[in-house]
Write a protein that binds this ligand. Sequence first.
Ligand code: SF4
Length: 320
Amino acid sequence: MAQLRNPAGELPVQVILAQPRGFCAGVIRAIEIVERALEKYGPPVYVRHEIVHNQYVVNQLKAKGARFVENLSDIPPGAITIFSAHGVAQRVVDEAAARNLPVLDATCPLVAKVHNQAKRYVAQGRKLILVGHAGHPEVEGTMGQIEGPVHLVQTESDASSLDIPADTPVAYVTQTTLSVDDTRAIIAALHLRFRDILGPETRDICYATQNRQTAVRELSRLVDVILVVGSSNSSNSNRLREIGSEMGIPSYLVADGGELRAEWVRDVRTVGITAGASAPDALIDQVIEALRQLRPVVVSSLHGREEKVSFRLPSELAMT
Ligand code: SF4
């Protein structure tokens, strides 16, 4: 079939979309909690931290009457309070209870599962190790759910140098936005370091993280450049970009179409596009449109894995 050239005589660039890409079940649930709370209780509702790490999503919810705060002290007495998808420390739960704030918990059920798993290990008398990134809100929430010390491990060398005797019973849990592939070497180092060590089954790793990473690896075998749609503070989006680069493909994180740079796509024949778990389809469309302003485009999607996961809403919102 003849390919259409634009007036400048350029051939179309082939755009291949990763599958799956974008929103996961935890993000869909968290956004729906805010939207339904706004419908049921009326604005404003208060959300502690960005509900998910995407500025476009946050701005849309702001426009509907959600207010985003970092501290519960910024929430007026009696106001509807929503915890973000990343989860919170127990002290935040306690503070909300002490202030009688009506709370809707948008913590992703997979994050809550990690919290519960961690508590079970500690109840068994094991020292707890958390594999994750320092400063990420999910890591702070998980560490803050546990009474007593939690040892944060970010690298293989952290794992090898933990200041815990080798015969101590230990257990580990992992940040959900790290995949099986991300954690494999660190967990191997932990197993070398400790004789009595437990960790969750592979199935406890977030399905969405793993699927998006597998898809971007597949994409990288087919394209000349990869664009990852996602915010700069989105851990899983950054990781997708890193994987593209590790696979040898120039890979760029773009928050929206406005961040696309012409030089990234000037001489390429194929562009791969994926999106982090908190990036909506509207932003992917924006990036394709921005590309269309530079070059003619033909869009196709990989077949990839179809996701059928969904999470129930809190009971107070389920019937509205
Ligand atoms: S990426 Fe995984 S853990 Fe995080 S919100 Fe989505 S489903 Fe939940």
